[in-house]
Design a protein around this ligand. Structure first.
Ligand code: AMP
Ligand code: ZN
Ligand code: FE
Ligand code: FE
Length: 287
């Protein structure tokens, strides 16, 4: 029998995934995964439910997150692992990230109205107000565009309105990669640059490594074998570890749960980096 898989990039309804944390864990168990990380965008709100479900299913859950940083007006996704999920400064940082997301959804709503493709973003804003731990973003606006008949699916909504350069695109303001790395490190965690093959910030990777980035997500559902091999080489050249994840958002996607896995030895390296981080942050106090 194959060893249980390790998938360190999964989304739930705490951000823009369509399954709840407990349902995700059940699906992961069915798919033969043994170690998972729930990495919702700018929130840890799904982790408690996922941890309880993981215990029931005999899976190991690694606390995770995917934080949006901004470099030269472009979004750069930074994965965080092994941090203290109740660290107060980390929580305050994430609350500010989510506040900026709400403001952005409101601005996108205004753009769509000016384009005569109005959607009701008030429902999104109200749900964000009701559950401030959950994060909202463009996928929710995409769903509203579909519901209003302006797009056929999320991808179509991104292609025609919401993607960078699209008519309803609103540039994000926020911290850069170095600041995000530092915030995660201060909470005792380590960082991996998400899907570098999609983000395409190759010229900046050495700088990020110099800022304390720990790993590159070399294996991802949207990376071809050639892309994975290229970033493995880059990681080795920069002395970075590697991570892997499906970036699962919903059932029926191109890659199924269980298709993407990290090697056990690669996870051990990440754990060793996290141990070193914690022993270096221990005793620095939280005042
Ligand atoms: P946001 O968090 O508001 O920046 O939205 C980014 C999220 O939208 C990503 O994490 C993806 O889940 C989703 N996304 C980005 N581009 C596309 C696309 N072309 N089609 C469908 N979903 C997308
Ligand atoms: Zn997403
Ligand atoms: Fe991402
Ligand atoms: Fe993701």
């Amino acid at each position: 029998m194959a060893a249980p898989g390790i998938d360190l990039h999964l989304h739930t309804t705490a951000s823009d995934g369509v399954v709840s944390p407990s349902r995700l864990v059940a699906l992961a168990a069915d798919a033969g995964l043994g170690v998972i990380s729930v990495t919702d965008h700018d929130t840890v709100a799904g982790l408690d439910e996922a941890r309880d479900a993981a215990r029931q299913h005999g899976l190991r859950l690694i606390d995770g997150i995917e934080i949006t940083a901004v470099e030269a007006g472009r979004d750069v996704h930074v994965l965080g692992y092994f941090f203290d999920p109740v660290d107060e400064r980390f929580a305050a940082f994430l609350a500010e990230q989510r506040r900026a997301r709400i403001a952005r959804v409101r601005q996108i709503g205004d753009r769509l109205e000016a384009l005569k493709c109005a959607v009701d973003v008030s429902a999104i804003l109200e749900s964000a107000q009701r559950s401030p731990g959950r994060s909202v973003g463009r996928p929710a606006v995409a769903d509203a565009l579909v519901a209003a008949g302006h797009a056929v699916d999320r991808r179509d909504a991104f292609d025609r309105f919401l993607a960078a350069g699209g008519p309803a695109f609103v540039e994000r303001c926020g911290p850069g990669v170095a600041e995000v790395i530092a915030v995660v490190a201060a909470a005792g965690g380590i960082t991996s640059l998400a899907h570098p093959g999609l983000t395409r910030v190759d010229d900046d990777l050495a700088r990020f490594a110099g800022s304390g980035l720990n790993a590159l997500e070399v294996r991802h559902r949207d990376h071809s074998p050639a892309t994975e091999a290229r970033y493995r080489d880059v990681a080795a050249a920069l002395g970075l570890a590697v991570s892997a994840g499906s970036d699962f958002h919903s059932v029926g996607e191109r890659a199924n749960l269980g298709d993407i896995s990290l090697e056990a030895g690669e996870l051990e390296r990440l754990e060793e980096l996290a141990r070193r981080r914690r022993s270096s942050t221990a005793g620095t106090g939280t005042a």
